[in-house]
Design a protein around this ligand. Structure first.
Ligand SMILES: [Zn+2]
Length: 460
């Protein structure tokens, strides 16, 4: 007996990747508990599971796995549209020190994390993202910050891997003047406490993933310790690599960030590395040799004037490329899919680069693989977790088997997502959360944004 049957849909399994997956024009999915029982033609599934507790008719709609965002900072939404003095942001370095650290992270409280994470998770769910990998920073309210994040994640119903960003940076002090290993040790403690509560494979929607800021804000000793802890908890690592100019690391260490991290033994197939922009051929070989997973964040890289990551070359080298987005702009994966689809064509003046299927892979099977969840999410298959979305395509042309892949890069918007199922539970129905009061979530987020903005001298 099934708990839920979704029938009459255009079912896209994406199992084995976008090109390999099945397309069922009148398909159905049977779900029991938090797992997919069976996928097949509607007639066969309905006959077998006709007594399901609940049936959803997806006629004219797309049924597919939810999206995976491999790099987010959900508390960052408190900084959206903050009216700061942008003339102070002349370089990425300014943006990182002022916008990232001074005006946001150093002022972040656990109340802010909770409110912003609820808002961001809700927005992402409603636009089809069912799994995120989130990195939390709150150096002045660190102890317990991951619990605040987990509480919000739990309430909204999204699936998440969460970590605290380990850094030796001292709030209010330039990293050029002084860094402190004790700050990193406190960050490790916060991660470890969380990993003990939410170890990988614990069966719930929430798991820990060790967070590390960068190679240039940590000593070799801290980077080595990160690898030891990741091995001990088998939790993997999330980190930023090469988002700043390569020369910054070379001047400081005589080596690039990938070289420093390689030497520390930190890299491996359990590493999700955000950005990876300013790298040379040798760095690319290090990524390839260590089989790291790249979280491509093209919008943030554009905002910071960092350049365009060498994604097409990474794909040629079989490096696993996924999509992340820092939560700096909208929380709608459609925007990031489309931007990633377009920016490399423009950058290389070559329309043949990154066909739609390759970008879709980034937010489905490749994303799942990066998080070590390839056997659980990223595609629809019997035995996998029931994380799926139903989309009502608002398109001026027919959306069928021959046109549906292009729909995602051309026409898709997150508002087309009608129903979202995570872990077998309908968490969004007819575009609305079934779990939280959306107006209350937004009001609380705005309230916390005002609190943070006020600390920057902004009263609204
Ligand atoms: Zn980041």
């Amino acid at each position: 007996m099934a708990d839920l049957v979704i029938k009459n849909g255009l079912v896209l399994t994406f199992e084995g990747g976008t090109l390999q997956g099945q397309i069922l024009t009148d398909g159905a999915v049977a779900i029991k508990g938090n797992q997919i029982l069976e996928i097949g033609a509607t007639e066969a599934i309905v006959e077998k599971y006709g007594g399901a507790k609940r049936t959803i008719d997806a006629k004219g709609k797309i049924v597919m796995p939810g999206f995976v965002a491999t790099h987010t900072h959900m508390p960052y939404v408190l900084g959206h549209n903050m009216p700061v003095d942008f003339t102070q942001l002349k370089s990425f370095w300014d943006m990182l020190q002022k916008m990232g650290w001074e005006w946001l992270e150093d002022l972040t409280t656990q109340e802010g994390i909770y409110a912003a994470t609820r808002y961001a998770a809700l927005k992402m769910l409603k636009s089809g993202t069912t799994t995120v990998c989130d990195l939390v920073e709150a150096p002045n309210d660190m102890h317990g910050s991951l619990d605040a994040s987990a509480k919000a994640i739990d309430e909204t119903g999204i699936r998440a891997q969460v970590g605290y960003e380990v850094t030796e940076r001292i709030p209010g002090v330039s990293i050029h003047d002084k860094m402190d290993k004790e700050m990193a040790n406190k960050g490790f403690e916060e991660n470890i406490a969380f990993l003990k509560k939410y170890p990988p494979g614990n069966g719930s929607r929430i798991e820990g993933r060790l967070g590390v800021h960068t190679a240039y804000t940590n000593s070799m000793e801290t980077l080595e310790k990160a690898r030891e802890i990741a091995d001990q908890f088998k939790c993997g690592i999330q980190i930023h690599i090469a988002e700043i100019p390569r020369v910054f690391l070379v001047e400081k260490y005589g080596k690039s960030a990938p070289m420093v991290l390689d030497e520390a033994g930190l890299l491996g197939s359990d590493v999700v590395a955000a950005h990876c922009v300013d790298i040379n051929d040798e760095d690319l070989d290090i990524f390839s040799r260590n089989q790291i997973n790249v979280a491509h964040t093209p919008m943030t890289n554009s905002l910071g004037g960092n350049g365009v990551a060498r994604i097409t070359e990474m794909l040629e080298k079989n490096i696993n490329v996924t999509l992340g987005h820092d939560c700096f702009f909208t929380l709608d994966m459609a925007d990031y899919i489309r931007y990633a689809y377009l920016v490399h064509k423009a950058h290389h003046a070559n329309p043949m680069l990154l066909p739609p299927f390759q970008v879709l892979d980034m937010v489905l099977s490749s994303g799942a693989k990066a998080l070590g969840l390839e056997n659980a999410i990223g595609s629809l298959a019997p035995g996998k977790k029931a994380d799926l979305i139903i989309i009502n395509p608002d398109s001026p042309t027919p959306t069928g088997a021959s046109s549906v892949i292009s729909y995602f890069t051309m026409t898709f918007e997150g508002r087309h997502v009608e129903t979202v199922v995570v872990d077998g539970e309908v968490v969004v129905e007819r575009g609305k959360s079934t779990r939280v009061d959306e107006e209350e979530v937004k009001a609380e987020c705005i309230k916390e944004a005002k609190v943070l903005w006020k600390k920057n001298g902004i009263s609204v």
